[in-house]
Design a protein around this ligand. Structure first.
Ligand SMILES: NC(=O)c1ccc[n+]([C@@H]2O[C@H](COP(=O)([O-])OP(=O)(O)OC[C@H]3O[C@@H](n4cnc5c(N)ncnc54)[C@H](OP(=O)(O)O)[C@@H]3O)[C@@H](O)[C@H]2O)c1
Length: 203
């Protein structure tokens, strides 16, 4: 029987693992899947405790919010798993810039606009793509503040939902608006990429 979880991470490499660590640290339940099946994820899930559950890919894709932590070149294949993505939020962590041949594929489009074409009906949010995975997962020393995560989407509702989740994960969301406006700044190699910012309380 398939039991859907609210959040799922698809991809268990650098970014998928970093995200799983953030969820585990905050105690927010999440599923994680890859192409090789749940058994391959045991070393990771055993190290992170009960919060992170290994899932078969179809079960992960039944979630409401899916973190797409896969290579840019795999987006089309992932998208083909579902005929209709309506009702789902897909958080696009991919960066086309480092994928060979991506310029020909993109033809001037932003990578998130390309991704949205293969996820028909999904509300796509760009986030968690602009920092190296090890930085994303690294804990800040107490009292320093909260690491900033930029969030962009053409759906205001989806942007708000992911910003609230970012907050729940102990990070500070900065919403940038639409993908082709503020969101452009977090598409590699633009201005906010690799900016490791920390929000400190005002005094
Ligand atoms: N590395 C970074 O520091 C970093 C930082 C920010 C953004 N990014 C971007 O984030 C994305 C992921 O990067 P990464 O370094 O985490 O990659 P990675 O270490 O190579 O991991 C990729 C993961 O995607 C899974 N995968 C591939 N095709 C799939 C498919 N069709 N369906 C389901 N799962 C699939 C792989 O499954 P298997 O394990 O079964 O092979 C693997 O777990 C890339 O687009 C990258 O540009 C990377």
């Amino acid at each position: 029987m398939t039991t859907s979880v609210h959040y799922a991470i698809v991809g268990s490499g650098n970014v998928g693992t970093a995200l799983a660590r953030l969820f585990a640290r905050a105690g927010v339940p999440v599923g994680i899947a890859n192409t090789r099946g749940p058994e391959s994820l045991s070393p990771l899930t055993d190290s992170l405790g009960d919060t992170v559950r290994a899932l078969p890919l179809p079960e992960a894709l039944a979630s409401d919010v899916i973190f797409m932590a896969i290579p840019f070149a795999a987006i089309q294949e992932l998208g083909s798993n579902l005929p209709d993505w309506t009702g789902k939020i897909v958080v696009d962590t991919t960066n086309a810039h480092f994928s060979s041949g991506s310029e020909e594929v993109l033809q001037g489009r932003l990578s998130t606009a390309y991704a949205a074409e293969y996820l028909p009906g999904a509300e796509v949010v760009k986030a968690f793509n602009q920092l190296p995975a090890n930085t994303l997962a690294a804990e800040l020393e107490p009292g320093i503040g909260r690491r900033v995560i930029f969030v962009a989407s053409d759906s205001e509702k989806a942007s708000e939902r992911i910003a609230a989740l970012v907050d729940e994960l102990g990070l500070a969301a900065v919403q940038l608006g639409r993908i082709d406006e503020g969101g452009r700044l977090i598409q590699v190699p633009n201005a906010l990429v690799l900016r490791n910012l920390v929000e400190r309380p005002l005094h």
